[in-house]
Design a protein. Structure first.
Ligand SMILES: O=C(O)CCC(=O)C(=O)O
Length: 247
C-alpha cells in the first residue's frame, strides 16, 4: 500500500504543517537518550512518576504504546517544555503561547505489526469539549521527531482538510486497537484519497489542528524505534486549562 507524502502542507488549508530542523541536534540527542531511559524503566516495571499507557485489556505486562507526564520523570523533558522549544519556532516571539499539559512520548518498535493508532481527532480526548471547541482555531498539537518517521517506520497519517468538515463522530473502542488504514476513514465520512503520510527527520516538528483526523501505521522496517514527543499548545489567551482525559 502506498500513501502519498505531502511535502508542503499548511495548517490552515490542510490541517497540519511541518517545520523542518526546528530543534537542534544536541537537544534532540539529549531527549532521545532520556526517552530511552524512561522506556527502559517502564519496560523493567520500575516505579516511575511517568504514566505508562498499555494496550487496553492487556494487563500490567501488555504492550506499552506511550508514556504520559514524562516531565515528572525527566528534568530534560521538563526544561524542553518550559523553554517551549517545540512550539516557539511556530509563532512570533511577542505572541503568548500556553502549554495545555499534553506531553506524551510515543514509540513504535520495529516489526511490531500491531503498533498502530486508529483514526481520531484529539478533541475526542479532552474532558472539556466547550473549552476545546472555543479554542480549536488556535489550539494545536505538535510532535517533536526524535527518530526518523516515514511510511516505512510508522508515519502519522493525516486526513487533509478534515479539520474543516464539522463534527466527526467518535466510534466505539480505544484508538490503540482500532484500524488505521486509509480505507477505514470512510467510516467517519472521509475520503481515503485525502490521507497523507509524513516523512520527517529528527528535529522536525509536525503540528496539527486538534480537529484534524489522524492515525499512524506500524513500524515495519525500522531500524530505529520511531520516537516522538507530543505536546499541546494554545496561541494567546490565559484561561485555565482543563484536564486531559485518555479513553
Ligand atoms: O505516535 C503516534 O503515531 C500517535 C500520535 C497521535 O496520534 C497523537 O498524539 O494524537
Amino acid at each position: 500500500m502506498t500513501i502519498p507524502v505531502l511535502e508542503t502542507p499548511s495548517l490552515a488549508r490542510d490541517g497540519f504543517c511541518i517545520f523542518r530542523g526546528a530543534v537542534d541536534a544536541e537537544t534532540v540527542s539529549e531527549l532521545l537518550a532520556e526517552s530511552h531511559r524512561l522506556r527502559a524503566d517502564a519496560l523493567a516495571g520500575n516505579a516511575t512518576p511517568v504514566e505508562v499507557l498499555r494496550v487496553p485489556g492487556t494487563g500490567p505486562d501488555g504492550p506499552i504504546r506511550a508514556l504520559r507526564n514524562v516531565t515528572r520523570g525527566s528534568a530534560h523533558f521538563a526544561k524542553a517544555v518550559a523553554d517551549q522549544i517545540m512550539a516557539r519556532p511556530l509563532v512570533p516571539p511577542e505572541v503568548p503561547l500556553h502549554w495545555v499539559g499534553v506531553q506524551s512520548l510515543f514509540w513504535k518498535r520495529p516489526g511490531d505489526e500491531s503498533a498502530t493508532i486508529g483514526w481520531h481527532r484529539d478533541t475526542w480526548f479532552r474532558a472539556d469539549q466547550a473549552w476545546v471547541v472555543e479554542r480549536s482555531p488556535t489550539y494545536f498539537h505538535c510532535a517533536l521527531i526524535l527518530e526518523p518517521m516515514s511510511p516505512e517506520t510508522g508515519s502519522i497519517r493525516l486526513v487533509r482538510g478534515s479539520h474543516l468538515v464539522g463534527p466527526v463522530e467518535r466510534q466505539g473502542g480505544s484508538v490503540m486497537v482500532t484500524a488505521a488504514e486509509p480505507d477505514d476513514v470512510r467510516a467517519y465520512g472521509l475520503d481515503p484519497a485525502a490521507v497523507v503520510a509524513v516523512r520527517l527527520a529528527p528535529g522536525d516538528l509536525l503540528c496539527w489542528s486538534v480537529e484534524t483526523v489522524h492515525a499512524s501505521g506500524p513500524n515495519l522496517h525500522g531500524p530505529g524505534e520511531r520516537t516522538q514527543f507530543v505536546t499541546g499548545w494554545v496561541v494567546g489567551g490565559t484561561s485555565p486549562v482543563p484536564d486531559l482525559v485518555i479513553a
